[in-house]
Design a protein around this ligand. Sequence first.
Ligand code: SAM
Length: 278
Amino acid sequence: MKSGLYIVATPIGNIGDISPRALQVLQEADVIACEDSRVTKKLFSLLGISCAKEFVTYQNYNEEEQYPKLLSLLEKERSIALVSDAGSPLISDPGYKIVRHCREKGFYVTAVPGCCAVITALQLSGLPTNRFMFAGFVPNKEKGRIDFLLELKNIKSTLILYETAPRLLKTLEVVRSLYGNREIAVARELTKMYEECIRGTADELIVYYTQKPAKGEIVVMIAPPTETDATSTLDIEALLKEKLAQLPLKSAVKELVATYNLNKNEIYDLALRIKNEQ
Ligand code: SAM
């Protein structure tokens, strides 16, 4: 096999999704660069591929340390297959830095495409597919999650996010409070036995996943804002009205500003206007 870096997609659940070309490249490559050699060796044994070759771990945390090793293997005219634990390498997985280095050095780089959770989920969602934005994993911490979702709120595309089961409900609730009752699809366990893709309004999905807590691997997709959807001011206005019904003006402003990282003066002015109109 020609020396170079081969970016090889592997199944995200159903082992039958490996492509003949991926099988051939994985069989013939001199070196396998992978996130976790135990996971990849298990995959190789399921696929009937020999593990008698060099495995190099390549992860986000050790990329700086490992890329010179891979480049020196390419200088020795080796062929390297880059895989992630599952799905398409580089998509919320490490790899783009080694691709850059390979290109700078003039090494051959090619992709062997296949499964990718983003695309599979979008295909099943029933949400618009002509424009979509993949934004990776939703941040774990409350403030990070709010900042991240606020930044993406007005993008006129289907928004695709990776999420974990224990955090799904919290993310749906924050989306509901920031985006309004938009249509959302949640895809779970794609290509596996319990594959599921549920679409509904934010409120419907919150009820569904409260009654039936989600398990497994998850992709969340949010419909683009419609013309009649609340603009950011209108949504904030609704949230503020809700707070003003419960709290004195200053406390309502303070709480909203802190929770959603908003501009204090703007929210104070908006609160005064709402009070005057009431
Ligand atoms: N690079 C992989 C890809 O794009 O196919 C994704 C790697 S990322 C570290 C793992 C995340 O992808 C999971 O937490 C989940 O959000 C999503 N994912 C992967 N496999 C999935 C599946 N079978 N069903 C639903 N989501 C999946």
